[in-house]
Design a protein around this ligand. Structure first.
Ligand SMILES: C[S@@+](CC[C@H](N)C(=O)[O-])C[C@H]1O[C@@H](n2cnc3c(N)ncnc32)[C@H](O)[C@@H]1O
Length: 216
């Protein structure tokens, strides 16, 4: 899908990638890099900002395999406290996200400033402007947590984990793409921010869930 859009000359602002983390393919070979690197390369053909989510140990391997046109802008972390406990080891409580950026792609840290800091300075005062943290704390969607948001899709991310990515890189009217859309979280956030969005997914159940979620 990404390559087709690139061939048609479609330009987006931001691509969000949240593929499965598969360490081994059906024959037991390590498949993560061979599946994911082409996805990032295709994304770099259509957008100046590419985000890719995964477990930290997987995502870390991508850093040395990113397309030359994109630089590592940031390592983002989603920290969740409500992961199930493990009896004999560390309790997994994070996912990582690489922010890869074309050097000329604009960023909008001002979208996070307090209201008074968005106005042109009235005095020549140097004021501290808050930019967002690179760690987002938000519970996994399960049980009674943010039930109104839950679609039942097992791998659904909370909207508050995708929102900072789009607020930092887009303005209303921009185009966002998520070819691993799952339940459509990127779509829900993009629409709320006034962006256009193209979603796709290889899984029919995911597409049905995203359609139901975004139909209004
Ligand atoms: C972790 S889920 C995405 C969850 C999504 N961010 C959400 O909040 O609902 C991964 C999705 O990527 C899709 N996917 C993984 N690899 C794909 C590929 N190569 N082509 C198309 N879809 C793919 C899967 O079908 C699955 O729905």
């Amino acid at each position: 899908m990404l390559n087709r859009l690139a061939d048609q000359g479609i330009k987006a602002t931001t691509v969000v990638l949240d593929p499965w983390y598969r360490d081994k393919d059906a024959r037991g070979r390590v498949a993560y890099l061979t599946e994911t690197v082409p996805l990032i390369e295709a994304a770099s053909r259509v957008a100046g900002h590419v985000f890719i989510w995964g477990f930290p140990e997987a995502v870390a391997r991508l850093i040395d395999h990113t397309p030359p046109s994109l630089k590592l802008e940031g390592w983002l972390t989603w920290y969740f406290k409500n992961a199930p406990s493990r009896s004999k080891s560390w309790r997994p409580s994070q996912q990582a996200c690489l922010h890869l950026r074309h050097p000329k792609a604009p960023m909008y840290p001002e979208h996070f400033y307090a209201e008074r800091h968005r106005e042109p300075a009235r005095h020549n005062r140097l004021e501290f402007k808050m930019t967002p943290y690179s760690v987002f704390e938000e519970a996994l969607l399960s049980g009674f947590i943010k039930r109104s948001e839950q679609t039942g899709f097992r791998w659904q991310k909370p909207e508050s984990v995708i929102a900072p990515l789009l607020r930092m890189t887009t303005k209303p009217g921009d185009l966002v793409i998520d070819p691993t859309a799952g339940s459509g979280t990127t779509g829900a956030v993009a629409i709320k921010l006034g962006c256009a969005v193209i979603l796709s997914d290889g899984n029919a159940t995911a597409l049905k869930t995203a359609r139901m979620r975004l139909r209004d």
